[in-house]
Design a protein around this ligand. Structure first.
Ligand code: SAM
Ligand code: DTB
Ligand code: SF4
Length: 322
């Protein structure tokens, strides 16, 4: 697909909201079974103490936050999360580590073991470990990793207001390495960090230049955490979130659009509007990485009311084809 220009994306973004939602819903229906929503859950396998200075992040060692720092988990400790996934229709487990980059050491070997273990259980595994080189991405792919999450977070123009310890190009290089290893890409961003509409448009422009498009695009709203530089940032309105989701759906028509951090602030009606505007993936479970997430029983109720069904993992689909 030919990438859209910034102007074209701007036109979509600025459509009257009702028109925008209708168009997004159409695109959604053309490309997906609208009843299916991918359910993922997160496990923070190494928490806090990160040397980067991402202004939104409670896990940066540069800020005094109330999180519990924890060294890398042992693979055996994952069994509880695997059981939870199986019991709750979760098709993807996303492992998060507060690292600047992956290092070739014993911890990396342990992580490879975790990826093998979860893949063997028929779940898709996604990892978000910071920067990686091509060789490391290949090792993860060989262990069975399905996706790598690495968010571009915001526009190229706004990036250095949020992070100074790495630049935008570092992010894009990691995404290239991930692609070269044959992994699928999960990359999106955060709204509500003080960026302008232009920045949101510019972020979607960058994502749409990736060829192929990222298979998965998380749209997070900032969770302001005490102790971080963004702790007092006002929350974005539901309408801005719906506008962003709908634009993402139209610009990246075949990508899974994930309603990610900040979902706990939304009423069930607001979440329903997000699904209507093209979101088709969520995180479930008590916590995201370090912050609270929605109640699973409420999520189940919402699925029932709207007639949504959990999307099976690629491994489960293969099994049913045999
Ligand atoms: N260290 C790795 C990295 O930065 O790629 C992986 C973990 S990092 C916590 C994953 C993503 O979580 C970030 O890129 C950011 O988009 C999101 N995130 C972190 N803190 C957040 C917050 N307070 N609100 C919303 N999203 C957040
Ligand atoms: C993403 O885009 N959002 C998830 C996942 N990818 C790793 C993480 C959200 C983290 C929110 C803050 C926290 O719980 O620490
Ligand atoms: Fe947080 Fe990841 Fe930034 Fe580290 S690199 S501070 S874990 S977002």
């Amino acid at each position: 697909m030919k990438p859209l220009t910034k102007e074209e994306i701007k036109e979509i973004y600025n459509l009257p909201l009702i028109e925008l939602i209708h168009r997004a819903a159409e695109v959604h229906k053309q490309n997906f079974n609208v009843r299916e929503v991918q359910i993922s859950s997160l496990v923070s396998i190494k928490t806090g103490g990160c040397p980067e200075d991402c202004a939104y992040c409670p896990q940066s060692a540069k800020y005094q936050t109330e999180i519990k720092v924890h060294k890398l988990m042992e693979p055996e400790e994952l069994s509880e999360q695997i059981d939870y996934a199986k019991e709750n229709g979760v098709s993807r487990l996303c492992l998060g580590a507060a690292w600047r980059e992956v290092r070739d050491n014993r911890d990396f070997d342990k992580v490879l073991e975790m990826v093998r273990m979860i893949t063997n259980e028929g779940l898709e595994v996604c990892a978000t470990f910071g920067m990686i080189n091509e060789e490391q991405a290949k090792k993860l792919a060989e262990a069975g990793l399905y996706a790598y999450n690495h968010n571009i977070d915001t526009s190229e123009e706004y990036y250095n207001k949020i992070i100074t310890t790495r630049d935008y190009q570092d992010r894009l290089n990691t995404l290239k390495n991930v692609r070269k290893a044959g992994l699928t890409i999960c990359s999106g961003g955060i709204i509500g960090m003080g960026e302008s509409d232009e920045d949101r448009i510019s972020m979607l422009y960058t994502l749409n230049l990736l060829n192929p498009h990222p298979e998965s695009v998380p749209i997070n709203t900032l969770v302001p955490v005490k102790g971080t530089p963004l702790e007092n940032q006002p929350r974005v309105s539901v309408w801005e979130l719906v506008r962003m989701i709908a634009t993402t759906r139209i610009v990246l028509p075949k990508s899974m659009v994930r309603l990610s951090a900040g979902r706990i602030e939304l009423s069930t009606e607001a979440q329903a509007l997000c699904f209507l505007a093209g979101a088709n993936s969520i995180f479930v479970g008590e916590k995201l990485l370090t912050t609270p997430n929605n109640d699973i029983n409420q999520d189940k109720w919402l699925f029932e009311v709207m007639g949504l069904i959990p999307k099976p993992s690629v491994h489960q689909l293969k099994e049913t084809e045999v």
